[in-house]
Design a protein around this ligand. Structure first.
Ligand code: NAD
Length: 249
């Protein structure tokens, strides 16, 4: 039997990038997945391509939309076993030059979005003894120039994961995080020119020196699939690093 057979899953930001790869791999492993994104067109395309069970869109900064989308997913799937909090944005510029508006925005998406989606999904996950996988980042572990506010949001996601895991342990709900290094998505395509300008090093060389190669969205989806599966039954409150050794040196 496939490791995610029959799991009912809701993935935020799954119209593209890592979220889409997670949704696709989960379907391949037997899960029923509801795709969700801010961008309705990409969500529909993603769902059609991967054979998702449905689409329930929301902007994760809007709590009412999040609650409605989680309920829509529950109605479509007949319950919920796994929430993947993947929706996220980046800001790349020196920290103290970042506008307060962009600081508020990145916290609204990456932190508040994770918080409200966990709250909306929790009663359903308690009912199913399910679990949550939050997509954090190695930026939440070490500070990275140009990614100051992003680093702060991802550190917050790791801490939300830890506390929710401990508080929810008596309910049987597990909560874990994944901390990838640089991977092959549109987000990194947007970041690369800023890193090149700041370091005068071609981004490919920077990545090769620090983590061997660019990660793939599939690399990340594999770890998310493990954490979401019953094979990870004793894993909770953890943040799994996958970065080709970047943070090891
Ligand atoms: P991406 O920009 O390629 O895709 C992000 C998706 O999230 C898009 O489909 C976008 O429409 C959606 N989204 C953005 N804001 C949203 C909102 N307010 N509500 C709902 N959906 C929204 O990014 P990605 O690289 O696939 O990143 C996915 C997650 O992985 C993010 O949380 C990111 O911080 C994290 N991450 C990425 C990398 C990397 O190298 N790409 C590394 C570590 C962590």
């Amino acid at each position: 039997m496939s490791e995610l057979q029959g799991k009912r899953v809701f993935v935020t930001g799954s119209g593209a990038g890592i979220g889409k790869a997670i949704a696709a791999l989960f379907v391949e492993r037997g899960a029923q997945v509801v795709v969700s994104d801010l961008n309705a067109d990409s969500a529909k395309q993603s769902a059609d391509e991967i054979g998702a069970a449905g689409v329930a869109n929301c902007d994760v900064t809007d709590e009412a939309q999040v609650r409605a989308a989680v309920q829509q997913a529950v109605d479509l799937l007949g319950g919920l076993d796994v929430l993947v909090n993947n929706a996220g944005i980046e800001v790349a510029s020196p920290l103290l030059q970042q506008s307060t508006e962009s600081f508020d925005k990145i916290f609204a998406v990456n932190v508040r979005g994770t918080f409200v989606t966990m709250k909306a999904a929790t009663p359903h996950l308690v009912a199913s003894q399910g679990n949550i996988v939050n997509i954090a980042s190695i930026a939440g572990i070490g500070g990275s120039p140009l990614l100051g506010s992003y680093c702060a949001t991802k550190a917050a996601v790791i801490q939300l994961t830890r506390v929710a895991a401990v508080e929810m342990r008596p309910t049987g709900v597990r909560v874990n995080a994944v901390c990838p290094g640089f991977a092959d998505t549109a987000m990194v395509e947007r970041l690369a020119p800023d890193f090149e300008a700041a370091t005068q090093v071609p981004f490919g060389d920077l990545v090769a020196a620090k983590q061997g190669r660019l990660g793939t969205s599939q690399d990340i989806a594999e770890v998310a699939a493990f954490l979401a599966s019953d094979r990870a039954a004793w894993v909770t409150g953890s943040h799994y690093v996958l970065d080709g050794g970047l943070t090891a040196s």
